[in-house]
Structures are given as C-alpha cells and as structure tokens.
Write a protein that binds this ligand. Structure first.
Ligand code: SF4
Ligand code: SF4
Length: 93
C-alpha cells in the first residue's frame, strides 16, 4: 500500500464515546513524581497535554495503541476498551 502518513491518517475515522475510556487516576502523581510527563511523549496521538497542574486527556483522538497501559511508570492511567461500536475504526484503502 502506498500513501503518506497524512493520507493514512485521513483513512482513520473516529466515533468517540461520550465517556472517556482513559482516566488519569491521580493528578498529583503527575505533578510531583513525573517531571518529564512521559505520556505526553510516548502517546502517538498526543492525547495527553499537561496544562499547568493537570493532565488533560483528549481521549477522542486515542488510537488505542495500548502504550499508556504500560508506558506510565506509576500505573497512573486507567485504560478500558471503548464500549462496543465506539473507538477507532479503520478503513481499508
Ligand atoms: S506518564 Fe503517568 S505519571 Fe507521568 S504524567 Fe503521564 S499519567 Fe502522569
Ligand atoms: S492507547 Fe495509545 S494512543 Fe491511546 S492514549 Fe494511550 S498511548 Fe495514546
């Protein structure tokens, strides 16, 4: 298959659930224990954005790669599979 990353991402469609399937359990852990805010680095979809004292979670853009289940050194991210019919949808080109 050919095509740029942008073209491939264009083929990714989201049907976001209203309720987040991702939860940062304790924002104080992020604030006091995780100076590099690793989830803002390893998440390929840039779901995590640090805003002053709190982690914002843009769960709608999650690619469901699963990295944050193992990537957070403090197991501070609760990750549930999106409810059936929600979440990422891939379309073959
Ligand atoms: S990697 Fe974990 S502890 Fe660090 S900022 Fe992200 S959620 Fe918080
Ligand atoms: S599952 Fe992957 S894409 Fe989704 S928030 Fe976690 S690291 Fe980001």
């Amino acid at each position: 298959m050919t095509g740029s990353i942008e073209e491939k991402q264009y083929l990714v469609r989201f049907k976001a659930d209203k309720k987040s399937h991702l939860t940062v359990l304790d924002h104080d852990v992020c604030l006091t224990h995780c100076p590099d805010k690793l989830c803002t680095l390893f998440c390929p979809a840039e779901v995590y954005k640090w805003e002053e004292i709190r982690m914002q979670v843009g769960y709608e853009g999650c690619h469901e790669c699963g990295s944050c289940r193992i990537g957070c050194p403090y197991q501070n991210i609760k990750w549930e599979y999106p409810k059936g019919g929600h979440g990422i949808v891939f379309r073959l080109a």
